[in-house]
Design a protein around this ligand. Structure first.
Ligand code: SOE
Length: 396
């Protein structure tokens, strides 16, 4: 037994891309800043290409590399399977991992279809002793966690408006190369499922209300792109004259929404908002106040309290770095701030604590499947001329 007397939690990450790298960082960091009843060990990193998996294992701090996720998932010395692959593989890997008695963390969106999402929900329900969480990491940004505390405490009163935009621009260039995120078979959808899913989850989680119906428009502005030569970050490089491949997903989505409690929602998601690198924004207006958040200023939350004295009302900018703020006490002194990666570390902390305490993890697969139903309703509405479309299973 080393310095720590805590048991070891042996983790297998499947996927060596952006999310595999980010999750590895979170697994390496969580127990160094938060007290947990188990110490994660990054036992193996799985990738399709042997050389790339080996290099990534070295760089990400994994003890070993593999190209066979089925063999890894079946190993008796693995406790957690962390799925960081494109959506077309989520269901198959999850079902195998749960059947093998492994806890599962699965990146968002949960699946590429409601059918697959429901299969995953059912498998998780049949394994009540295992934890199954979906990686909507923005929930664990301290400012959004604080927003939820304010809303849950009634500080906004009756919720009337939800206004969410998720704006990126890494696909603005028509010759930004074709990647798996532009292939419907691999990704399930484009901007809608990639980043619109975050807005849908955040809105439902913050308000505690499900979206019940949507009216949507989707658009593909660039219909074909050059084949990728080298992956770099979210995109990559293509050689001059590379063959072009048809884009089979949306570049942008815009939709209105009704919520079960009567609120109205307006949503926009795009990866072609030139100049906006990662502007994940949400504003919620209630009868007693409002919150406003922009991830490009992720350590701040704007809060308007309509009960303030008339002459003192206005949006106050809260720096969410005080020790009493969610997760903040584990990090730096007030005012020093956190980054994108900290939400993923907080996600691992909450997952490990759910595993060691036996408490349910959130977002559960059932919550993530509800996001999947909204995604399906958005695509259905857009395909039928933006007709208002009910979200399957939502309260009418
Ligand atoms: C790409 O759009 C992406 O990496 C998303 O896939 C992530 O979920 C989001 O956190 C950042 O942007």
């Amino acid at each position: 037994m080393g310095i720590s007397s805590s048991p070891v939690l042996r983790v297998a990450i499947v996927g060596t891309g952006f999310m595999g790298k980010m999750h590895a960082h979170a697994w390496r960091t969580a127990h160094r800043f938060f007290r947990m009843d188990a110490v994660p060990e990054l036992a193996v990193l799985v990738g399709r290409d042997a050389e790339r998996a080996s290099d990534a294992a070295r760089d990400f701090g994994a003890l070993a590399a593999s190209t066979d996720w089925r063999e890894v998932v079946a190993r008796s010395d693995i406790d957690v399977v962390d799925i960081c692959t494109p959506g077309d593989t989520h269901a198959e890997i999850t079902l195998a991992a749960l059947a093998a008695g492994k806890h599962v963390l699965c990146e968002k969106p949960l699946a590429n279809s409601v059918t697959d999402a429901d299969r995953m929900v059912e498998a998780a329900a049949e394994a009540p002793d295992l934890v199954a969480m979906c990686g909507f990491s923005y929930r664990r940004t301290p400012a959004l966690s604080l927003a939820r505390e304010l809303i849950t405490a009634g500080r906004l009163g009756e919720i009337r408006h939800v206004r969410a935009q998720y704006l990126q621009d890494w696909l603005s260039e028509p010759d930004a190369p074709f990647t798996w995120r532009l292939d419907r078979h691999r990704a399930g959808s484009g901007t809608l499922g990639d980043i619109g899913a975050h807005s849908i989850d955040t809105a439902q989680w913050l308000t505690g209300e499900r979206i019940t119906a949507v009216s949507a428009i989707t658009r593909t502005f660039v219909t074909d792109r050059p084949e990728l030569t080298e992956q770099v970050g979210l995109g990559g490089r293509a050689v001059d004259g590379a063959a072009r491949r048809d884009v089979t997903v949306d570049d942008a989505a815009a939709f209105t929404a009704t919520f079960a409690g009567g609120a109205l929602g307006v949503f926009e998601a795009t990866r072609m908002a030139t100049g906006r690198r990662n502007a994940n924004r949400i504003e919620i207006n209630g009868s007693r106040g409002s919150i406003s958040f922009d991830f490009e200023r992720m350590n701040e939350l704007e809060f308007y309290d309509a009960t303030d004295p008339a002459g003192e009302q206005g949006f106050r900018r809260i720096q969410v770095t005080e020790p009493q703020h969610p997760y903040a006490a584990a990090w730096w002194p007030a005012g020093h701030g956190l980054g994108y990666e900290h939400g993923f570390t907080h996600q691992i902390v909450d997952l490990v604590r759910a595993i060691t305490s036996g408490a349910p993890a959130s977002p559960s697969f059932a919550e993530a499947a509800q996001v999947q139903r909204v995604l399906a309703a958005v695509e259905d509405s857009a395909a039928r001329g933006s007709i208002m479309t009910a979200v399957e299973g939502a309260p009418s």
